[in-house]
Write a protein that binds this ligand. Structure first.
Ligand SMILES: [Zn+2]
Length: 219
């Protein structure tokens, strides 16, 4: 199975503990240990129960098991190059999205705002203006510029001015908005943190070769 914490594949090692019967079936706790991230994966499931002629109960097929820990697994964790402050908001926005898209969108908007302020160096204002400034700077590849522009449009900041003024506020979100915000953050993480790290690694490797050959490093 794939670990819902870290998305690494591992061999099924489930241990099942019976919790007892009620009118809906026999409830079990399913526990698996992920050898990669050393976290437990816990689920609650139920078997249909039949009764034999001698009165004893027996298990039939298993009903769906509900994941208890982690609550949801919908996206890979942010790449290790992403600084902790951004990674934390992103991870939390992913975790709560199933229960509360509103809370998720509030977290992802906050994460976007921090990114724009701290990495894109926009003037702190409201999120709508900050997005505009980042787009106007011309430093973003066009597909990323368009995707953050869409955060404003989908979020309908004009109808919900609070969304653009206080990004941490919990406000109504349209269908798909919370997911879209996370998609956009993934793109920004790649652009701001992952790609530069990849380039640096390649440049360092090339410079090491140049140095061995007695040539000056590339700038
Ligand atoms: Zn794991």
């Amino acid at each position: 199975m794939k670990c819902p914490h870290c998305l690494t594949e591992f061999h099924d090692n489930r241990i099942e503990t019976s919790l007892g019967r009620d009118r809906d079936g026999e409830w079990v706790l399913l526990k698996q240990d992920c050898p990669a991230c050393k976290r437990m994966v816990l689920a609650i499931g139920a078997y249909d129960v039949g009764q034999a002629q001698n009165g004893s109960f027996y298990r039939q097929g298993q009903k769906q098991a509900y994941l208890v820990r982690p609550r949801v697994a919908n996206r890979p964790p942010p790449p290790p190059e992403v600084p902790a402050t951004f990674a934390e908001d992103f991870r939390e926005a992913c975790l709560v999205i199933g229960d509360s898209p509103k809370a998720s969108a509030a977290l992802s908007r906050r994460c976007l705002q921090h990114l724009l302020r701290e990495i894109a160096k926009v003037k702190p204002g409201n999120l709508a203006n900050e997005i505009q400034e980042a787009i106007d700077s011309g430093k973003l590849p066009s597909h990323i510029a368009e995707s953050i522009d869409a955060i404003r449009n989908i979020g309908n900041f004009a109808a919900h001015p609070m969304k653009s003024t206080s990004s941490g506020e919990v406000l109504p979100v349209g269908a798909g908005e919370a997911e879209w915000n996370l998609d956009v953050l993934e793109g920004l993480f790649d652009f701001y943190f992952v790609q530069p790290a990849v380039l640096k690694k390649k440049r360092d490797a090339l410079n090491a070769k140049l140095q061995q050959a007695g040539k000056p490093p590339m700038k």
